[in-house]
Ligand binder design. Structure first.
Ligand code: HAM
Length: 417
């Protein structure tokens, strides 16, 4: 016997039953984001490894531990994209999109890869939907992006949502603050667990992420970046907040919100759902005013977010869309003339916009009717010698048609009712 294979750890197949809900979510995404002027972009699933080291940040957990990196046969180091923003900013620079009317509003959807320990809601290949608005630092873009994510999550049926919001300020105020925090933490290093000390030395803000009680108690007294924002950053943030307040969106100001990517400046946010377990983040993002320049482009501030498709689906109990019930074309006898007639009838029905399938498995008529029932067919057209009997499965009514055209009309008339 041949060896049986399994999908690699942390990956999964999207089987047809789940596919329908996904398709509906994708349709919704294009609709909600399209209304705000976001247009589709697709970038490669692998990029130059250096792009992520520079874009996402060499000291970030993602770059240090979670990337699927490989050498191609030409010896170049490539990496399966762990996130989308770096690749899109690369494309913005490469295609000279700064020459277009700004901001450029982009929408993307696809697979992403992180070598994390798999658990509920956390995979090694997952899917994100995301937006990036590049080329403007208007606070209205930040607020609009947050409201769009909220609208998408709500219309997808996600429940138990909470929004955390903060600002990281610009690089100057952050640098000064990080120094202050580092000194503050050094003075309390004997209160911190050994393992944390080195990490905190490299990036003191990570200490806000710590899960252990002792560190959390220490950090609850630490100075926060929100209290140290430079005037223009504070003003920007206050405008974002007032737009969100005006729109009636509830959020929790959370100065400890540290996102796992190093490119953020100013606004950062994250939606969580209490429908999810430990991996409660459904979607998040923020502003990245220096990233395009970091990647060799002109000054082009941007803001965006990404949300996990799997997590949105986990957080929502919405069923798939109502599917138009199909017509099933049954064959009373096994004649090839009947099968040809049935084949053409199913095709005619489809070209008229109905969904239609025919018998293709040699079942008995009884078996075919059972199968039609399983498919949820609203009509069954039984090709029987010279006539075609059209049965309405809901009422049980049956009418005979002498020609294929007549059978088509009977179904169409029924469908129009
Ligand atoms: P992120 O917070 O790293 O942000 O990821 C966004 C979303 O992707 C998460 O909220 C989560 O729903 C989903 N996600 C992340 N990792 C996994 C995983 N291992 N398994 C399942 N789902 C996962 C970013 O990626 C930024 N690029 C967002 C952004 C866009 N910021 C600005 N623009």
């Amino acid at each position: 016997m041949g060896r049986k294979f399994k999908a690699p750890r942390g990956t999964f197949d999207v089987l047809p039953a789940e596919g329908l809900r996904r398709r509906e979510l994708i349709r919704l995404t294009a609709e909600v984001l399209g209304r705000a002027g976001y247009e589709s972009i697709a970038t490669p699933v692998f990029e130059d490894t250096e792009l992520f080291a520079r874009g996402v940040g060499a000291s970030s957990e993602i770059v240090q531990k979670e990337m699927f990196t490989f050498s191609d046969p030409g010896g170049r180091s490539l990496t399966l994209r762990p996130e989308g923003t770096a690749g899109i900013c690369r494309a913005y620079v490469e295609a000279g999109m700064h020459k277009l009317p700004q901001p450029v509003k982009l929408l993307y959807l696809g697979p992403f890869f992180r070598h994390e320990a798999p658990q509920a809601g956390r995979f090694r290949q997952f899917h994100q939907v995301g937006i990036e608005a590049i080329g403007s630092d208007e606070p209205s873009l930040d607020a609009e992006a947050i409201l769009l994510l909220e609208e998408l999550l709500a219309s997808a049926g996600a429940s138990g949502l909470r929004l955390r919001l903060s600002s990281l300020g610009g690089p100057e105020s952050r640098r000064a603050y990080v120094e202050e925090l580092r000194a503050w933490l050094r003075a309390r290093s004997d209160e911190l667990p050994e393992a944390l000390r080195a990490r905190v030395e490299a990036n003191p803000m990570r200490a806000f992420d710590a899960k252990d009680e002792r560190t959390r108690a220490v950090m609850s007294e630490a100075p926060t970046l929100l209290e140290r924002l430079a005037d223009d950053d504070a003003e920007h943030f206050s405008e974002v907040r007032s737009l969100l307040d005006g729109a009636g969106l509830e959020y929790r100001l959370d100065p400890t919100l540290v996102r796992g990517l190093d490119y953020y400046t100013r606004t950062v946010f994250e939606f969580e759902s209490d429908q999810l377990g430990a991996q409660s983040g459904v979607g998040g993002g923020g502003r990245y005013d220096g990233l395009v320049e970091e990647l060799g482009g002109p000054r082009a501030p941007g803001v965006g977010w990404a949300a996990g498709i799997e997590r949105i689906l986990l957080a929502s109990d919405a069923r798939g869309p109502d599917v138009v019930p199909p017509v099933f074309v049954a064959l009373e006898d096994g004649s090839s003339a009947g099968a040809r007639e049935g084949f053409l009838l199913a095709r005619d029905l489809r070209t008229r916009g109905l969904s239609a399938q025919m018998e293709q498995s040699g079942r008995s008529l009884k078996g075919q009717l059972k199968h039609a029932d399983r498919l949820g067919a609203r009509w069954v057209a039984i090709v029987a010698g010279e006539e075609i009997r059209v049965r309405d499965m809901a009422s049980g009514d049956q009418r005979a048609a002498a020609t294929r055209a007549e059978a088509l009309d009977l179904v169409l008339a029924g469908a129009a009712r």
